[in-house]
Ligand binder design. Sequence first.
Ligand SMILES: [Zn+2]
Length: 221
Amino acid sequence: MECVAKEQEEQEQSSCQRSILNKGVDMDLYCTDNDCYRAGAKIIKVEYLIVHSPAVYPTIIRVRSGAGGGWYKRWNKPGVEKLVHGFIDDTGVYNFAPETMACWHIGNNYGNARTIGYELCELSSAGEFAKVWDNAVSRYAALCKKYRLGAERILGHCEAHDKKIASNHSDPEPYFKRFGKSMEDFRADAKKHIDGAQPGRMTAGCGRYAAGGVAGAGRGK
Ligand SMILES: [Zn+2]
């Protein structure tokens, strides 16, 4: 019952097992009509967490709005073979497939069976980007904890290519660069969450949220 914390009242679907640092939604929005989803391949072992961005900027597409009606509408249909575990925008995290599913997102069976990946929607303003960033950092940190991975296991798609487990794409660096950020910054922020070093933010489980940024109270356990 601790899950019904007042800070979470704005969440349409709270997920108590996940670390949520902002008030965005965390929603399962599975792409059950997508070809990859219907194929239903399974993850063998989660070894890396991959960060993507769709590389369509300046076209603005959120999960459920924007060009083409949003990413969910664009990907949840027959004939679309690519899939990620979800998309993240400034309104929250939307899971397109279960974490146990091997989604087609880095171009080969080996990598897809060993990675979880989300797409970070490319938005316009610094304020919007900050929300996407916070939502994403929170999700990847939670995944690190769940699968007992260090933050160094979070890779941009381009970095995964450098490790020879992914196709040759440059995302998400151009998007991050536009706001003066890098994958190094992303891992550093995720590590802070993993270590529970962010006062005033939920870092572990429910009912541990330190409202109003009470210094030193953010450590979950
Ligand atoms: Zn990518």
